[in-house]
Design a protein around this ligand. Structure first.
Ligand SMILES: Cc1ncc(COP(=O)(O)O)c(C=O)c1O
Length: 365
């Protein structure tokens, strides 16, 4: 039997036992709905959720009311577009995007307004010297293909010097596993990430909003209403509740706190990445285009399609990501139609790395 090796952390993390156990324990012993019940157990659930919100606020250096639950980064980006639409009421905004963007970050804007593109420099980082004027800026803090942390502080500083009223939206979906987020230092207006990419469950994500009560809501339903006087006088709760209509993904929120504790104690697996980078560099036909400092290794082959390569690795029970990674723009920029991405998590060992390299050497002869 093959050894199963999962090197697709960038797509989603395997779940730490502590996360699984915290969710199972909650489901077994403490479950009740949140924000609705009056009994002691329901009150305890509200306190737990408040505790997790506090932990997330701490994790990203935000105020608690700025931390909004979403189902993930994709959901957050779609919601942000609707929040902007509802706040600016039809005003045509110019949105700056970049070729580092994932489809989830850029498409909701592309489908709404005309965009301008922030150029990349020769190393495929956002070029702070040629940022165009726009009303809204989408900043991918780390591309899921290139794996390099962007200088978010400098980028936003430059944007603010150009347009002090600019709205900045940071995609931290990949960044969060490898770098400290500090929304106050970033000085961003919105930031989002998905729990499942740091060991939490699927269906839970975080949308940070600076000054959340300045923004219009995008969803309506239970849990967000303070008082309905009549149809013309509906008073909503303050943030964060006003952005959290409907039943929350309670169990997943509980797991998120455990995942944050877990990821906070992980320093990356640079030894594995360094070893694999060196070994892959020696293999003829493999063309690595990520930097040795990247948190992941991305490459293509000059003698095989990446999908065929991925299928062959799959047949050896090795999971990596192949294709366009939902990041078509960077692949267009690189002039390739797809790539292979190796991304590792805390569960990966040097033995895994050696095994994968041996298999690859045999496949790419
Ligand atoms: C950079 C980046 N942004 C956004 C997303 C979308 O995240 P999700 O699918 O969890 O909504 C991903 C997922 O791969 C990503 O890597």
């Amino acid at each position: 039997m093959n050894k199963f090796v999962y090197m697709d952390a960038g797509a989603s993390w395997l779940k730490p036992l502590s996360v699984i156990e915290s969710e199972a324990d909650f489901l077994r012993n403490s479950y009740a709905n949140a924000g609705r019940g009056i009994c002691a157990r329901a009150g305890r659930v509200d306190s737990l959720i408040d505790e997790v919100r506090g932990a997330v606020a701490n994790f990203i250096n935000a105020d608690k009311e700025s931390v909004i639950w979403t189902s993930g980064t994709t959901d957050a980006f779609n919601r942000i577009v609707n929040i902007l639409k509802n706040t600016f009421d039809g005003k045509n905004l110019t949105v700056a995007v970049s070729d580092l963007d994932h489809h989830s970050a850029r498409l909701p804007f592309e489908m709404w307004v005309k965009t301008v593109v922030m150029p990349l420099d020769d190393n495929f980082n956002i070029d702070v010297n040629s940022i165009p004027f726009a009303d809204v800026y989408v900043i991918t803090a780390m591309s899921n293909v290139m794996g390099i942390a962007q200088d978010v502080v400098q980028i936003i500083k430059t944007i603010r010097a150009k347009n002090s009223k600019a709205i900045t939206v940071v995609d931290a979906a990949q960044f969060v596993a490898h770098n400290k987020i500090d929304v106050k230092k970033f000085d961003c207006d919105f930031l989002c990430f998905s729990g499942h990419k740091i060991g939490a469950d699927t269906g839970i994500g975080v949308m940070y909003i600076k000054n959340p009560d300045d923004w219009a809501v995008d969803k309506f339903g239970g849990g967000m209403v303070n008082r309905i006087i009549d149809s013309d006088n509906i008073i909503l709760n303050k943030a964060p509740e006003k952005f959290e209509a409907g039943t929350l993904p309670i169990t997943q929120i509980i797991g998120l706190k455990t995942a944050i504790e877990y990821v906070s104690n992980w320093n990356g697996s640079h030894d594995i990445i360094n070893y694999m980078y060196d070994e892959l560099s020696k293999i003829e036909h493999i063309k690595i285009f990520t930097s040795p400092d990247s948190c992941m290794i991305s490459f293509y082959l000059d003698n095989m399609h990446v999908i065929d390569f991925g299928a062959m690795l799959g047949a050896h029970d090795i999971c990596v990501r192949v294709g366009n990674m939902c990041a078509s723009w960077i692949h267009k920029k690189l002039n390739i139609d797809g790539s292979v991405r190796i991304s590792v998590g805390p569960w990966n060992t040097m033995d895994d790395a050696k095994y994968v390299i041996d298999v690859i050497k045999n496949l790419v002869k």
